[in-house]
Design a protein around this ligand. Structure first.
Ligand SMILES: Cc1cc2nc3c(=O)[nH]c(=O)nc-3n(C[C@H](O)[C@H](O)[C@H](O)COP(=O)(O)OP(=O)(O)OC[C@H]3O[C@@H](n4cnc5c(N)ncnc54)[C@H](O)[C@@H]3O)c2cc1C
Ligand code: FES
Ligand code: FES
Length: 1371
């Protein structure tokens, strides 16, 4: 392979030529399976393009692709996922990555600057992709003929700006600041709506605000297609097919003869491709000898419209089809048909994300559905529209109905789909005898994310022709086409029996009821499908939503007039939907408010300084471990993991046919050097092996490491490894906590961390008026979903030394483990960590084996070895949060006052100790937020044959806090009281807080929760909204709202932390701390503290010290005893360590400064330092902050109110509004803390509402990628998101009066869960009133996560049938 980075080259080559950020690349050969991402990351310096999911589901890898059409002199620009796009497909194209927009040397782009100023980048791993999404939207908005916007703005609209990032995942920020950065470019933005930023102050005028925004110059935008490439595109030869194994037929005839020449029996593997996005779903391992790219055949890339309908060429992208279907045409079609086309387009906009729709073709989608049963949306909606397809087999062209196509034999690799045709609906009407009729068309999908980027549980589309009945005032359904798909069958179906039943019927409740019974019988998921009854209930719900409005419509004379308003105004059934719904909630974030107090006392500490390195993260210059260029001869590793929970491992083999070249070694426990240990991780509680020995003890356990020449080869080899397991004479594995108890498989919890019981529970129970005995709750796991997967690079050095670059939260422990594993002294190992692309606890213990395995392989092979886990392996090996089972008994008075609580908690810790022994302590730390009267518990940490569970943001605390809420909700239900009153009556006084928390409770003034609680009620209008919700629920049948206010108390502990501050001869300052920058803003706070600490020398120029401070990477030989970065307190303890260093330095400098001052008057900082150098003052100071035992623990307080709306037909929960108040003490940096609060809350929403992280019967993780694991996206966060940081003044024992913010706000997301519960309670009350459930309806368990199937089940899987029965019986 040869590539050149020069701008001008002779034209007329048949090589692969393209541009990246204006640089020319020419390749004379390339593996045709190479993706654009692989090329950019391994062959160019453009490392901003990040690999996160590798399957099109996250947006970390997106780039802007620009195509030039020399005939029309037109450039097309659109975003694509580089992880799926094949390099050969971009011949003649230009790529823009975020590096191409600007950089630190030539100046950042206003996108980078605004991301920085709106505090929209934390770990930064998602930021380059976000920037490109926004850039793509800006470029395309500028091409519209909209009026010119105000200077500094673009033609983009607010809605487009938010939608631009709808397919991008961010695990840190909670999206609100990202939305603000994007919206700041929109022509129609109201500056008042833009959130907290570093550009302006709140009260400044509109004009001033605009002038402060980094200027966006529409007229000097980036050139996305360089001139030299235009010239080459005009004159260059096509890519030489043979050399590249990449064929681009230019006509159907050429395609036919090409397919003819490929003899499958000859063993030649050939693949037809268009966008190649299908690979994101079917992770193919096959090697293809030839690729046939269909995008150059004009017939497959056009849309034809005539009287008979619209014919869509198979290789047209979904985006192009949407555009065409939305176009306004004059004449040609009836307005009803145009509505059909538009609705198809609107549905298609919910497919995947924009960057997938931009390359994914309609034909590719249909073939995936036909050949491999992909749960397609397109098939379902086209099926209902009665579409036809044309296929080519050999020389034969054949037209089929879409249904015939679907049920036919699976498409072979040489058959081609040519086009799909949506017929003119006039043809449908024409066959009806009824002239005065109307066509109705609707599409539906129920998916975890409203805007798409999530496959549906079920989709449906209905076309119906209706007219007024001649004999009654009702509506006749003359005929209909009903399609259902994606519900767990091989392909979408037409519900023929239902269609036949409904045809010619007058629509009545009875008819609808019978139709629905037929739907249930016909829309049946296949065995093994998840949530089968839920999916059937969706089918019922959708048909009900479609037809029920017609039943109540009085139709006399003109069907058009009667139905028009009903069906076509907003496209969905409006029956019972509008009552009191004055505020229309859009799909995206509509408003947000941030209330912050800035404290100047310790300037610049307390200022909302922008995150250190944010602009570099946005421009892609920030270097993460996998961005470090590979050293010479570097090898790559991939783990082979166990798929059995307990087995003897007899051997590992590879299927030689599929084995890629470049395999170098297979490293296992047998390769541990003499004197070394089989150790992969350790905590203060004990070690965990690096590799399984002869036995594997859990699914997901590391068995071996495959080492190969590239990451791709290592990944392929590990995925085809065949492990020989032997189960003979082995005990059955323990997978559940119940089994663990039965077999006494428990970990010991050291008594010093086991929490203490409080009061006398028997006495408390005796005092109670009521009791709930042995109620049960179960809590599942959660995956970290850091955007940067686990990664490390190990480089052997002289004298048995090893340098390891690791993305870890605790380099100190990784260091010790590596030394122990290799059997070398610790001074032979150096672990370096600069920044981590998100961690959330998952890179504490779980990063150690990754670093250790690389080090072991590097040690053995004496070559550098690196590893970047793919998302699937990462998800399977991560462990995640601790699942648990809770049984509780509670006694309480009639007033709601709880007198005693007893809990039995079984914690599933998995196979190794990890940090599990701290779980009882953490659970209790948050559960004690209420005054339970007396509290007793028995908590067992169960050892099971599952991967060891590890710390995840608020480990144990989130469960403890939730358990407390579940108890409160149960008590409220059983007393028929509102839960808020029960909460209020059980909040602690400072006295009771003292008895529950001892010294952590602090002084009475520090107990701010009661005031936060009251303040929040006022700021969120809690009482008024509670009343409004009652009214809303009274008059809405199929939507119910709920509201809930929840407090949080979270105990944290400071740990010893080192620091080192050195002043260099030019006055610049370098700082090292024990804490790691994970995105949480630790470096920023540390910089502020260094500037504050050194500033106390009070000489001229110290005001600029912030710009002179650099915090550098952690290096375990330079600064020892770094400890863990976890538990929310590392920022403050690192700051304190820095403050101590600064004090030492200031003490050393003060005599000199005073002397100089006496001599020359004012002393400048630079001069002072120069003189200090001359006078040999020691300008490097180290410290080790050891917190005072009496004040090392303290409590954090916060409260949140959330309001949700539940759709009773689908179980979808929309978070209408969340208001949070959180006490940060005197925040060290309110911008950073705000980001932590919002980000933690949204991560908590993921835990409580969306994220299922389950295991199969072998204990292997089921959700292993973005297809099944759904973290929150911008369309699932609260529509109104208000956060107030309460400044609670002076806390003498805290670091400059500050308090933690990283984890505690996550607990507040329980408010969303409790609000959902409140809405469900009203839904169940309604079911009860229809006579569907018994009087115990108010006592129910809402699982975590409360996802759509869970919510729908509680609202009644058969609620529609029950409602109709009730209606029929009451008529
Ligand atoms: C992250 C993600 C989310 C998605 N979400 C959804 C969703 O919510 N709903 C939905 O409906 N779809 C969804 N999709 C599927 C998406 O629509 C398809 O991946 C895309 O349309 C396939 O088009 P392509 O051009 O990339 O096909 P390719 O990947 O190029 O091809 C797919 C398959 O079809 C074959 N093929 C392609 N065209 C032809 C042809 N004309 N004749 C014969 N064989 C052909 C190829 O050989 C290959 O086997 C999603 C995809 C991704 C990656
Ligand atoms: S890495 Fe390409 S979309 Fe996630
Ligand atoms: S900042 Fe978005 S993933 Fe970390």
């Amino acid at each position: 392979m040869q590539n050149q980075m020069e701008e001008e080259r002779p034209t007329g080559t048949s090589n692969l030529v393209f541009a990246v950020n204006g640089h020319r690349f020419e390749l004379s050969s390339v593996d045709p399976s190479m993706t654009l991402l692989e090329f950019l990351r391994s062959h160019t310096s453009f490392k901003s393009v990040k690999l996160s999911c590798g399957e099109g589901g996250c947006g970390a890898c997106i780039v802007l692709l620009s195509k030039y059409d020399p005939l029309r002199e037109h450039i097309e620009d659109f975003t694509i996922s580089s992880c799926l796009t094949l390099l050969c497909s971009i011949n003649g194209c230009s790529i823009t990555t975020t590096e191409g927009l600007g950089n630190s040397k030539d100046g950042f782009h206003s996108i980078h600057q605004r991301f920085t100023g709106f505090h929209a980048s934390q770990c930064g791993f998602c930021t380059p992709g976000m920037c490109i999404s926004l850039f793509g939207a800006l470029v395309n908005a500028e091409k519209t003929d909209r009026p010119d916007p105000f200077l500094g703005f673009s033609k983009l609209t607010v809605i487009e700006a938010e939608k631009a990032i709808a397919g991008n995942l961010c695990r840190c920020t909670g999206y609100r600041p990202i939305a603000d950065a994007c919206k700041s470019f929109a022509a129609d933005v109201d500056m008042e709506d833009l959130g907290f930023n570093s550009f302006w102050k709140k009260k400044e005028s509109q004009e001033v605000k605009i002038s402060r925004l980094p200027f966006y110059n529409r007229n000097h935008e980036i050139c996305t297609f360089p001139k030299f490439l235009k010239r080459e595109v005009k004159s260059s030869l096509p890519l030489e097919s043979k050399r590249f194994s990449w064929y681009k037929p230019a006509s159907i005839e050429e395609l036919q003869s090409l397919l003819d020449t490929i003899d499958a029996n000859n063993g030649v593997q050939m693949k037809i491709v268009v966008g190649n996005t299908g690979v994101g779903y079917y992770k193919e391992l096959e090697h293809y000898d030839k690729y046939v790219d269909l995008t150059h055949i004009p017939e497959l890339s056009v849309i034809r419209r005539d009287q008979s309908g619209i014919e869509i060429g198979a290789s047209l992208t979904i985006s192009k089809v949407i555009e065409a279907l939305k176009e306004e045409w004059k004449g040609e079609f009836l307005s009803e048909c145009k509505v059909v086309f538009k609705k198809i387009a609107v549905h298609m906009e919910k497919i995947a994300s924009e960057f997938i729709r931009n390359t994914g073709s309609v034909g590719g989608n249909l073939v995936m559905a036909q050949r491999k049963h992909f749960p397609s949306d397109i098939v379902t909606i086209l099926l209902a529209a009665g579409s036809l397809v044309e296929i080519l087999t050999g020389t034969m062209r054949e037209k089929l109905t879409l249904e015939e196509f679907l049920v036919g034999a699976p498409f072979d690799s040489k058959s081609v789909l040519l086009n799909v045709k949506i017929p003119n609906c006039e043809s449908i009407k024409n066959i009806s005898p009824e002239r005065n009729s109307k066509l109705l068309f609707e599409t539906y999908r129920a998916a975890p994310r409203p805007l798409g980027n999530a496959l549906p549980y079920l989709n449906a589309a209905f076309l119906a022709e209706v007219s007024c009945s001649k004999s009654s005032a009702g509506i006749m359904l003359n005929r209909c086409q009903l399609a259902f798909g994606a519900f767990g069958t091989k392909h979408a179906i037409r519900a023929w029996k239902v269609e036949e039943f409904l045809a010619g019927k007058l629509l009545t409740i009875d008819i609808l009821y019978d139709a629905i019974k037929l739907v249930k019988a016909n829309v049946m998921p296949e065995d093994g499908t998840r949530n089968p009854t839920y999916r059937s209930s969706l089918a019922v719900g959708f048909l009900f939503a479609f037809l029920s409005p017609l039943i109540n419509t009085i139709c006399n004379g003109s069907v058009n007039r009667s139905i028009n308003t009903l069906m076509f105004n907003d496209g969905k059934s409006k029956q019972n939907y509008d009552c009191l719904d004055h505020v229309k909630f859009p799909t995206l974030l509509s408003s947000a408010r941030q209330v912050i107090q800035i404290n100047k006392e310790y300037h610049p500490v307390g200022e909302p300084v922008t995150k250190s390195g944010a602009a570099l993260q946005a421009s892609g210059e920030a270097v993460y471990v996998d961005d470090i260029p590979s050293p010479r001869d570097c090898l790559h590793g991939a783990f082979i993991y166990s798929k059995k929970p307990f087995a003897r491992v007899k051997g590992i083999e590879f299927n030689s046919k599929l084995l890629p070249a470049g395999l170098t070694a297979l490293i296992s426990f047998k390769d541990i050097p003499n004197g070394g240990e089989n150790i992969g991780a350790k905590t203060i509680f004990g070690p965990e092996p690096l590799f399984a020995d002869e036995f594997t003890r859990c699914s997901g356990e590391r068995l071996a490491l495959v080492v190969a020449d590239t990451q791709k080869h290592a990944d392929v080899a590990s995925s085809i490894a065949v492990v020989d397991y032997d189960l003979e004479n082995l005990d059955r594995p323990i997978l559940t906590v119940e089994q663990a108890i039965k077999r006494s498989s428990l970990f010991e919890v050291p008594s010093f961390i086991y929490p203490k019981q409080i009061g006398d529970v028997s006495k408390g129970m005796a005092e109670a008026d009521h009791k709930i005995i042995s109620a049960e709750i179960k809590l599942g796991s959660q995956y970290y979903f850091y955007m940067e997967n686990q990664t490390a690079l190990a480089v052997p050095d002289e004298e048995n030394c090893m340098v390891v670059y690791s993305s870890t939260q605790c380099p100190e422990f990784a260091h010790a483990v590596i030394a122990e594993c290799l059997g070398v002294p610790e001074h032979n190992v150096r672990v370096i960590t600069r920044r981590v692309g998100g961690a959330f606890g998952g890179k504490a213990i779980k990063a150690m084996p990754v670093a250790t395995a690389c080090a072991l392989a590097a040690y053995k092979l004496q070559r550098p070895v690196r590893m970047y886990l793919n998302r699937k392996t990462d998800m399977i090996m991560a462990g995640g949060r601790h699942p648990m089972k809770i049984t509780f008994s509670v006694g309480f008075k009639s007033s709601g006052k709880i007198t005693a609580l007893n809990l039995d908690i079984l914690i599933n810790a998995g196979i190794y100790l990890d940090i599990s022994p701290v779980m009882p302590h953490n659970i209790m730390g948050a559960l004690k937020k209420y005054d339970w009267g007396a509290l007793s518990f028995d908590m067992k940490v169960c050892k099971t044959n599952l991967l060891s569970r590890s710390a995840m943001r608020a480990p144990g605390e989130v469960q403890g806090s939730y358990i407390a809420e579940a108890v409160i909700e149960h008590v409220a239900s059983s007393l028929s009281m509102d839960a808020d009153s029960v909460r209020a009556i059980n909040l602690h006084t400072h006295d009771s807080l003292n008895s529950f928390y001892d010294v952590s409770a602090g002084e009475p003034l520090e107990y701010t929760l009661p005031s936060l609680w009251d303040k929040l009620a006022t700021s969120s209008s809690f009482i008024q909204r509670t009343e409004m919700i009652k009214e809303f629920n009274r008059c809405n049948l199929w939507r119910k709202r709920g509201i809930s206010r929840v407090p949080a108390v979270h105990e944290v502990m400071l740990r010893p932390t080192p620091g080192k501050v050195s002043i260099l001869s030019d006055g610049s300052v370098v700082v090292e701390v024990g804490g790691i920058e994970l995105g949480q803003g630790l470096w920023t706070k540390v910089k502020q503290m260094a500037a504050f600490g050194l500033g106390s020398i009070k000489c001229v120029g110290v005001g600029d010290l912030l710009d002179k401070v650099r915090v550098i990477e952690s290096n375990t030989l330079s600064l020892i005893q770094g400890g863990f970065t976890s538990g929310s307190t590392t920022s403050e303890s690192s700051c304190e360590a820095v403050r101590m260093c600064c004090k030492t330095l200031v003490d050393r400098l003060t005599p000199l400064k005073e002397r100089l001052q006496a001599q020359i008057g004012s002393v400048k900082w630079d001069m002072l330092i120069r003189q200090a150098y001359l006078e040999a003052v020691n300008l490097s100071a180290s410290s080790f902050f050891v917190p005072d035992l009496a004040s090392m623990r303290y409590l954090n307080y916060g409260a949140a109110v959330s309001e949700v709306e539940v759709d009773l037909l689908t179980g979808q929960t929309t978070i209408l509004r969340s208001d949070i108040i959180y006490d940060c003490g005197q925040s060290l940096n309110p911008a950073v803390d705000l980001g932590q609060i919002e980000g933690a809350f949204v991560q908590g929403i993921g835990f409580f509402m969306l994220e299922e992280y389950t295991t199969n019967s072998d204990g292997l993780v089921v959700e292993e990628g973005t297809w099944t694991y759904k973290i929150p996206t911008i369309d699932t966060i609260p529509k109104q998101f208000n956060v107030e940081i309460a400044n609670s003044g002076h806390h003498q024992n805290r670091v400059l009066s500050s308090k933690a913010s990283g984890e505690p706000p996550l607990l507040l997301a329980a408010s969303v869960h409790c609000a959902t519960r409140a809405a469900i309670r009203d839904a169940r009350q309604q079911l009860y009133s229809w006579g569907c459930i018994d009087s115990s309806h108010s006592t129910f368990n809402l699982e975590v996560p409360a996802n759509m199937p869970v919510v729908k089940e509680l609202c009644g899987l058969d609620s529609v049938e029950r409602y109709l029965q009730w209606k029929m019986s009451s008529n």
